[in-house]
Ligand binder design. Structure first.
Ligand code: SF4
Ligand code: SF4
Length: 281
């Protein structure tokens, strides 16, 4: 079963939920898809090893063959090519590796070369029985989705897989949650939380992924999120209270289920609930 943990905005406790759930379950795979800022391993604390580089194909232009006809720049929808009096210039950070430029070049002046944009790393944790894979997008690179897609190639379908999605509702989130069996939307009980939850709900509806909500820092803010979920028949899967001990453990990088064992039971119950909701139990 593949469970995505997402949120309409950052800072809601998405990673906390993903890590504590994985640690509670044990024998789970945890994929940190928040490739711009992967931080699941802050709570697992294991050495990481690179599994592979992730690259995209970008054009390499032969100055000898190029006659500056501009056809490649006109074909590029991403404005990654500029034809200057001194020759053609590529902006690699804008290139999406679509290959259109090489298709239209009448001089056969464009070949392709690999541009590394990130890595996939792995940490095997026997102590907490969680196998972590994380994607890392190199600094300055704008395209997270190819790294996320490469990361998801390591999904082990025979195990429970938890995917910690990037925050928001943009392309990297779609890359992360597509193909999952259930999406947990983590939010906080505030008007801002509700606003971003509405965006996230629209996204999972569009992708036709079953979903439910976890309210973090419950007891603060207001009841607008709960009211919305109730009115729209959206399951509230769990409420995590605003608790000083949970906050302290978070700041120490310790999954709170390790020191608050009753929460481990809550996450195991949550997993059973998800199995029921997806018809697996
Ligand atoms: S299409 Fe080919 S020949 Fe024309 S400017 Fe681009 S690289 Fe040069
Ligand atoms: S591969 Fe696609 S995005 Fe990159 S420069 Fe060529 S046309 Fe533009």
């Amino acid at each position: 079963m593949k469970i995505a943990v997402a949120s309409g905005k950052g800072g809601t406790g998405k990673t906390t939920v993903a890590v504590n759930m994985a640690v509670s379950l044990g024998n789970a795979q945890l994929l940190d898809c928040d490739v711009e800022e992967p931080n699941c391993n802050l709570f697992l604390g294991h050495p990481l090893q690179k599994v592979r580089d992730v690259g995209i194909q970008i054009p390499s232009i032969s100055r000898d063959k190029c006659n500056s006809c501009r056809k490649c720049a006109e074909a590029c929808r991403f404005n990654a090519l500029a034809v200057l009096p001194t020759g053609i210039m590529l902006f690699p950070q804008l290139c999406h590796g679509c290959g259109a430029c090489s298709l239209v070049c009448p001089q056969d002046a464009i070949s392709e070369t690999t541009h590394v944009i990130g890595t996939v790393e792995r940490s095997a944790s026997s102590a907490r029985r969680v196998e972590l894979y994380q994607g890392v997008l190199n600094i300055g690179e704008p395209m997270a989705s190819p790294v996320i897609r490469a990361l998801k190639q390591y999904i082990d379908d025979s195990r429970t897989v938890i995917l910690d999605s990037p925050p928001g509702t943009s392309c990297p989130v779609i890359s992360s949650i597509t193909g999952t069996d259930y999406c947990i939307l983590v939010t906080e009980p505030t008007p801002f939380g509700l606003h971003d939850l509405l965006l996230a709900v629209e996204l999972v509806k569009e992708l036709q992924i079953p979903y439910g909500v976890i309210i973090n820092r419950h007891g603060t803010g207001d009841d607008s999120v709960e009211g919305y979920c109730y009115e729209n028949n959206i399951p509230v899967l769990m409420k995590i209270p605003y608790d000083r001990r949970i906050t302290e453990l978070y700041s120490e990088g310790i999954p709170f289920v390790l020191q608050m064992p009753h929460w481990k039971d809550q996450f195991l119950n949550l997993f059973i609930k998800l199995q029921v909701l997806t018809g697996r139990y």
